[in-house]
Design a protein around this ligand. Sequence first.
Ligand code: GLU
Length: 459
Amino acid sequence: MSKVRVRFAPSPTGMLHIGSARTALFNYLFAKSKGGKYLLRIEDTDLARSSKEAVAEILASMKWLGLVADEAPLYQAQRVARHKEVVKQLLTAGKAYYCYATKAELDELRASAIAKKQRFKYDNRWRDRDISEAPEGVEPVVRIKAPLTGITEFNDLVQGNIKIKNEEIEDFIILRSDGTPTYMLAVVVDDIDMQISHIIRGDDHLTNTPKQIILYNALNYAYPEFAHIPLIYGSDGKKMSKRHGATAVSEYIDLGYLPEAMRNYLLRLGFAHGDAEIISDENAVKWFDFSKVGKSPARFDFKKLDNLNAHYLTNKDNDALMKYLCQEYPDLSKLEQERILALLAEIKVRAKNLVELRQDVLFLRENFKPQNNLTEKAKKALEESAAHQTKLIAFYQEINDFSHDNLYEQTKFFAEQHDIKLKHIAGFLRAKITASHISPSIFMIMEVLTKAETLRRLA
Ligand code: GLU
């Protein structure tokens, strides 16, 4: 049995960013490619900034993306007692200590570092002092005894060999003076308890890793493998933000993207398998490997996402789309459903997303009033064909066989006889029947709507 266990560990402080979604996806694909487990940990220890709504949104986004965890999610805030217990162990083992340095003292240290143009670093003043010297009225923090010399080194699966001189790492805080464990401590304790084998996260966490390795060492646990994946940038090479467009997964849901297109696109952002653009879920699992993940930030390209979305929409089966449309329009009548189903193959190839699809079936509704919904181009088409309208209506009244092929042949013949351009006839029919100037074959639409409904709309 595979021992691979990975976790996606979002902080529920806002909407789930697509960069985080990609981190989740890489975790998921790696786990599945190794026959391992993909887990979810909600890092909600920052009580002031975390919210229930954000948790719900993360869970909904994960479900939508199809990245459902293999075990129930773990909530970090519920594990505070365990985190404190580990702090106590470290204190007892002499690997951590109480630090009573006051804010004023630390401010002074910081000011003198700035004056000397040095990086501020806590000076270990309580590292070897006896607790009997503790000043009164100061609530201490707990700091880890970080190694003073040597290097901390690890081999990142994406970034390669990473080394840092221990003298650059201070005795960092693991328990705050208000008794709450820090992020650094909680992450390590949770990853140990969850038996995480690989930590896959954004490279903004790269600088935390040496500190976390120091904690693993202090706790006598082998540290897991690490893979730090580059962040997502906008088209201008700056960190992806609102300025570039939608950043939250939920916004992409609202914009009508399909989860499979989103998965494919997020995978392609920073991962390459030859020059494959369309990567099925099956191949994603088969091909996923960190050797194929780039080290430099990927740029988000909305056009590529749109193209992928159109591709997946075109290939999506009609039943699934019908189900979606019935959810969006719960009052769809049986007749409307039949009309939509008859034309869905034609309609879906023209839509770039579900919002367009929803829009593009409206003309098939029974209460649709083309004359109230005319686009500018449709109005123009009506003007251009004004001289022929009466003739055309009379002509279609005479046709009994409303099959696509017959309508097409007869219309072509009529156009030649009356010296009218076929495109003017089609423009007139489209405007009158669909209120638009683009649609699937208008003769196919007339066949589906039947003669009675067509004539009603033409009149
Ligand atoms: N909660 C952290 C974040 O949202 C992730 C921590 C981790 O993956 O180790 O960025």
